[in-house]
Design a protein around this ligand. Structure first.
Ligand SMILES: [Zn+2]
Length: 509
């Protein structure tokens, strides 16, 4: 959400781990990577938090409740299985973040960062033909984290270290909007490393494939997803500019890798286990196609890209099995291209393409699009009290989009969002809506406080402190000053001042 992007993007890229030009405070609290001992879980998390903070500031970071929920729905069973199988021990579970985020980038990529953060490019979602194929990539990445490949690679005093560091860089460089800055970072950084065979060693890759494979079936995914994904990557990368496939740079499709997974699927099949996996039913596939369509549109908002989706929607024939997803994409693309009437016309065709047989999950996705497109006829209003995060956020959006919301409605909205953020303090979107809702009621102190908490959810304590100081200033000027709020603000200022001071002071750990 744009509202929190108040600081300029200062991407780590070469800075965080390699370059000496980093501001002191950030540098001093980074674990000492040259240390021979393995990085502790806490140290790795700290490093992850620092990288995460930069990511949340990056304009390419995308918060999209619908896609977030979908990726999460694929990810959760794998995460649960990693815990069940013992691959993910309780201590690591407790210490790491386990947060994934979307990157608005049409290239095909996914990456794991230190401390349990995962990035997924929209291009990967758009290209994945099945949930199983998408799951295979996530299963691979989660294994890099559970096997501590990141810290193991960094702390092994061997030639691998710079490669590994560079692999993190590459993931982050993909986040950059400014290609010139990216190439400058490459030259000042480790150009040779970047051009070479970087990233995790082959052993780590093999381990991530093999252990990732074992997570699939118990989590409900067809392990063939691994092979399907390899096939899709191979096919698509041959058809397109290889620059669109950073995932292949970090995960080359070596014959060994492909053969290994094929033979594992074969073994699995011989044990007759594949029979337990009926092909994903039409319902699951429709939802997946809608999500892939959404990711495809949002991945590239250039005029030409949007136009292509609109044209496909114009031309799609009634018999096309992918018609619903194509109309969805055309409606969203028209809306992004600021052609509201056309977006709504596509939306009507989209609605007409559904039937009583359309699964509920897909109907929900269509309904949410109606809210997004501000289709006036959407009735009844969504349920703000819904326990579903998406429903609640869209209900909030519906209220905030309305030309005039009554004071009573805004009050209800604010109180709902306050409750929600109370139990979900990391929900950046909810904080953002709360800020808007409070601003619309001219609650300036409260909105600064909510903004501060939203920034903390983005791991940015310094910016949060600045917001609390703003709130403190407003109170001192005599604005509002509910005595409880004033006390909270004072104590938050003290707490954050000490946190920020500690982070600055910590010697190389
Ligand atoms: Zn890998």
């Amino acid at each position: 959400m744009k509202i929190f992007r108040i600081l300029t993007v200062a991407l780590i890229s070469s800075g965080l781990l390699l370059a000496p030009s980093l501001p002191l405070q950030a540098q001093s609290s980074i674990p000492n990577l040259g240390d021979d001992s393995a990085m502790s879980l806490g140290e790795e998390r700290l490093l992850g938090d620092q990288i995460g903070r930069e990511i949340y500031r990056d304009p390419q970071y995308l918060s999209d409740p619908v896609l977030d929920a979908y990726v999460n729905s694929i990810w959760q069973p794998l995460y649960a299985q990693a815990k069940r199988s013992g691959a993910l021990p309780a201590e690591m579970d407790a210490q790491f973040a386990w947060r994934s985020f979307l990157v608005r980038d049409k290239s095909v990529n996914a990456f794991a960062l230190p401390g349990g953060y995962f990035g997924v490019h929209l291009g990967l979602l758009a290209m994945s033909e099945t949930p199983d194929a998408l799951a295979s990539v996530l299963a691979h990445e989660i294994t890099h984290v559970t096997q501590r490949h990141i810290s193991r690679g960094m702390s092994k005093q061997n030639a691998q270290t710079p490669w590994l560091v560079a692999s993190i860089l590459i993931g982050l460089l993909a986040l950059r909007t400014n290609p010139q800055a990216a190439s400058a970072a490459l030259t000042t950084g480790q150009a040779a490393a970047v051009q070479g065979q970087l990233n995790f060693s082959r052993d780590f890759e093999r381990e991530a494939d093999r252990l990732g494979f074992t997570l699939m079936a118990p989590a409900g995914y067809n392990p063939e997803g691994f092979v399907d994904m390899f096939n899709m990557l191979g096919k698509s990368s041959r058809l397109s500019d290889s620059g669109n496939f950073p995932y292949l740079r970090s995960h080359p499709l070596t014959t060994e890798r492909v053969a290994d997974m094929r033979s594992r699927v074969g073994e699995f099949d011989r044990a007759n286990q594949l029979r337990n996996f009926v092909p994903k039913d039409a319902n699951t596939l429709l939802l997946h196609r809608l999500m892939a369509a959404r990711a495809g549109v949002l991945a590239d908002l250039s005029v030409d890209a949007l136009k292509a989706y609109v044209q496909q929607g114009d031309l799609v024939e009634a018999q096309n099995p992918n018609r619903t997803a194509m109309l969805y994409a055309a409606a969203l693309a028209s809306w992004q291209a600021k052609d509201a009437p056309r977006a709504r016309a596509f939306y009507e065709r989209l609605k007409a393409s559904t039937s009583i047989r359309t699964p509920v999950a897909a109907l929900d996705v269509v309904r949410w699009l109606g809210i997004e497109l501000q289709v006036a006829s959407i009735a009844p209003p969504l349920d703000l009290a819904s326990s579903s995060r998406i429903e609640m956020l869209y209900a909030a959006q519906q209220i905030l989009n309305a030309p005039s919301a009554s004071a009573a409605t805004l009050k209800t909205l604010t109180s709902r969002l306050q409750d929600w953020t109370g139990s979900n303090p990391k929900d950046i979107d909810a904080w953002s809506f709360l800020v808007q809702s409070q601003l619309m009621q001219n609650q300036r102190v409260r909105s600064s406080m909510s903004m501060a908490e939203g920034l903390r959810a983005q791991l940015d304590d310094s910016a949060a402190l600045a917001q609390y100081l703003t709130a403190q200033g407003l109170i001192r000027q005599g604005l509002l000053a509910d005595s409880v709020d004033a006390a909270i603000v004072d104590s938050k200022v003290r707490e954050l001042q000490s946190l920020v001071r500690d982070a600055n002071r910590k010697p190389g750990r």
